[in-house]
Design a protein around this ligand. Structure first.
Ligand SMILES: [Zn+2]
Length: 397
């Protein structure tokens, strides 16, 4: 662990806390009935984004390509549009940046076993880094987990445990944590987010973006906001300003909270965007949007599919959830006010592991959008349409 780590602090009440595992988030906020994650604090003097475990057991994560999309930029009347290809990480998603720090923390903590609740990318990443560290891993998932993930997770030697629904997985994780396992994903309701040591790993995305021409806005898929919060913390620490952060979500959750709803409520909705499904909102996500004057943009499955096809036409086959970032940007750009601006979309995962979402035969009820057409401003109502027989209500990880 870096000697520059001085402690932790609450994202909601700013109370400082000593370095430890806080399963219920900030103890003070928890006592008041509010779930809030913590952040790490460092002594001054670092360069770039500080990490708790700078010598983490790397598998080569980070340093992903930033690809310019000039045609799309012109279509959306942006000055510049770039895609951050997070699927170039070792296990194919942004989660590897988090796993490297999380598993280093688990080792430091003396844990022998790591547990995670996942719908795919997170479980795969945790399984790989746990294997690298010589720790046993147990991934709690739902029966909807695609076979391609199942095969990869077990190839790393992790144990897969299936549950009928996501909440049952979280109960299982709570039991395992009680037995001494280290939690690599959220398992609390109301949700808090992942262990803050892991979220620190996402600060490196901000550092990589800030090393080039600073973007005006960064758009990413979002469920419980680990990525969103990490990117925000990274930009803040670098000190060159925080771009407007935009959360693409499959149905209105964060958008409703920004409009006044209580973040602890359940926000139900169905979606085929499995990696960002789920009914929960976290304080860390709300706070990251507020700190960056950001926005939450609901993107229904039809708009996400149109964006997925548009990206594929540029040579980028994104996971449906990841493609939602482009759909959200298109909705935002259609509203005006972003002409000439520099936007980055974070493409968190590849479409190659998303078979049910890209095979036309698997979505007989999907109304195909006109070729090349990006989403028109989507319905931002609270009742998303069921568009796919494979639609699942899942909490990602
Ligand atoms: Zn607090």
């Amino acid at each position: 662990m870096t000697s520059r780590l001085t402690g932790m602090a609450c994202l909601r009440c700013a109370e400082p806390w000593p370095v430890a595992e806080y399963e219920a988030g900030c103890p003070r906020c928890a006592a008041e009935g509010h779930a809030s994650n913590l952040r790490l604090t460092y002594s001054p003097g670092g360069r770039g984004a500080s990490l708790p475990y700078p010598e983490a057991l790397s598998l080569g994560e980070g340093g992903t390509p930033l690809v310019e999309l000039p045609e799309l930029a012109s279509e959306l009347k942006l000055g510049k549009l770039s895609a951050k290809l997070e699927w170039c990480n070792p296990t194919g998603s942004h989660k590897d940046r988090m796993s490297a720090q999380l598993i280093a923390r688990a080792l430091d903590h003396g844990a022998a076993r790591v547990v995670a609740a996942s719908s795919g990318n997170g479980g795969l990443s945790v399984a790989a880094y746990a294997a690298r560290a010589g720790l046993s891993a147990e991934i709690a998932t739902t029966e909807a987990l695609p076979r391609v993930y199942r095969r990869a997770i077990t190839a790393y030697g992790a144990t897969l445990v299936g549950f009928a629904d996501s909440m049952a997985r979280w109960k299982h994780l709570a039991k395992r944590v009680g037995e001494g396992a280290f939690a690599a994903t959220n398992y609390k309701v109301p949700a808090i987010g992942t262990n803050p040591f892991g979220i620190e790993g996402y600060k490196t995305i901000a550092a990589e973006l800030a090393a080039g021409t600073m973007p005006d806005l960064v758009v990413m898929p979002c469920s419980r906001g680990d990525l969103l919060s990490g990117i925000r913390l990274g930009f803040e620490e670098i000190g060159a300003g925080v771009p407007m952060l935009v959360a693409a979500e499959p149905f209105a959750r964060l958008e409703r909270v920004l409009a006044g709803a209580d973040y602890r409520e359940p926000f139900a909705g169905d979606t085929a965007q499995a990696s960002i499904a789920g009914s929960t909102v976290t304080w860390q996500a709300v706070e990251a949007l507020r700190a960056s004057a950001g926005r939450a943009i609901p993107v229904d499955d039809r708009a996400a599919r149109a964006a997925q096809r548009r990206l594929a036409a540029c040579g980028l086959h994104a996971e449906l959830s990841a493609a939602s970032a482009l759909a959200a940007l298109a909705i935002l750009a259609a509203g005006g006010g972003f002409a000439g601006r520099h936007a980055v979309i974070v493409l968190t995962g590849s479409g190659s592991r998303d078979p049910g979402d890209t095979d036309p035969a698997a979505r007989p009820h999907d109304e195909a959008a006109p070729e090349g057409a990006l989403a028109q401003p989507a319905t931002t109502g609270v009742s998303p349409q069921r568009t796919d027989p494979s639609v699942q209500q899942r909490e990602n990880g």
